[in-house]
Design a binder for this molecule. Structure first.
Ligand SMILES: O=C(O)CC1=CCC(=O)O1
Length: 255
């Protein structure tokens, strides 16, 4: 299904499972697409209506307009729910998708009956590095960033044992439109929810990865101790914990 956003973009979205089942919407990380949630689609769509979509600028979704903000990513989630006529849902987002979940907890808490944020932080990385990455993909293309992705996303051991799965995800990054990726880097350069998250009213499950070099276990710990209503789970994984520790991740979502 195509979802039209408030600012003229078009999002590619899919629904799996019984339309009457409780809805759970997933929000992907930078440089990936909806297919990163295949382990969750497989495990959860028997009991949930699983909604996945490609974040703007990624996969089949468009990358129109001037600069974007974290609010645009959050409003896109609401547009997807509205497009499927879903009044309330669970939300699960990873990395940039997790930061989007924090924004939703602050601005649209009434639409979510649970919020799960994985491998994320209230401020991911630093502003200058994201601006430099945006400049680099615009001028050099996606190859360099794709060649180095596996070491940011997965542990060495997981890469050795799961070369095909790792290659699949890094090829998605290689084929992500540079402009869409760059615009999302600029969102991350500007987004900083550290001053605000103490006001969040939602119950939030924070998932970290023991070996995550991007959003570290300390970031997860800080989130869990600063959010007023949070639970922390740290999985044996690097940054893309929903794939590297898929079984444990699914157990947290479907206790
Ligand atoms: O640098 C990466 O590729 C990891 C990452 C940072 C934010 C995000 O969504 O993914």
């Amino acid at each position: 299904m195509w979802i039209h956003t408030h600012d003229g973009n078009r999002l590619y979205a899919r629904s799996f499972g019984d339309e009457q089942a409780p809805a759970l919407i997933f929000c992907n990380s930078l440089g990936t697409d909806h297919s990163m949630w295949q382990p969750q689609i497989d495990a959860l769509s028997t009991d949930y209506r699983v909604i996945v979509y490609d974040t703007r600028g990624h996969g089949h979704s468009s990358a129109k307009g001037g600069s974007w903000t974290l609010a645009d990513l959050g409003r896109d989630v609401i547009s997807v729910l509205d497009g499927f006529n879903i009044p309330t849902a669970g939300f699960c987002g990873i990395s940039m998708g997790g930061l989007t979940g924090l924004w939703l907890a602050l601005h649209h808490a009434e639409r979510f009956n649970r919020i799960i944020i994985s491998n994320t932080a209230a401020k991911i990385g630093n502003t200058e590095a994201w601006s430099a990455r945006a400049r680099s993909v615009r001028s050099e293309g996606m190859n360099a960033i794709a060649d180095s992705a596996a070491s940011r996303w997965f542990s060495d051991d997981f890469c050795r044992r799961n070369a095909a799965a790792v290659a699949r995800l890094t090829e998605i990054l290689r084929h992500t439109p540079a402009e869409g990726y760059a615009k999302c880097c600029e969102i991350l350069a500007a987004a900083d929810l550290r001053p605000h998250i103490h006001t969040a009213k939602s119950d939030i499950l924070v998932i970290g990865g023991t070996a995550d070099p991007v959003t570290t276990p300390d970031d997860a710990q800080w989130l869990a101790s600063t959010l007023p209503h949070a639970t922390l789970a740290v999985l044996p994984a690097s940054h893309i914990a929903n794939i590297e520790a898929a079984e444990e991740f699914n157990r947290l979502l479907h206790p």
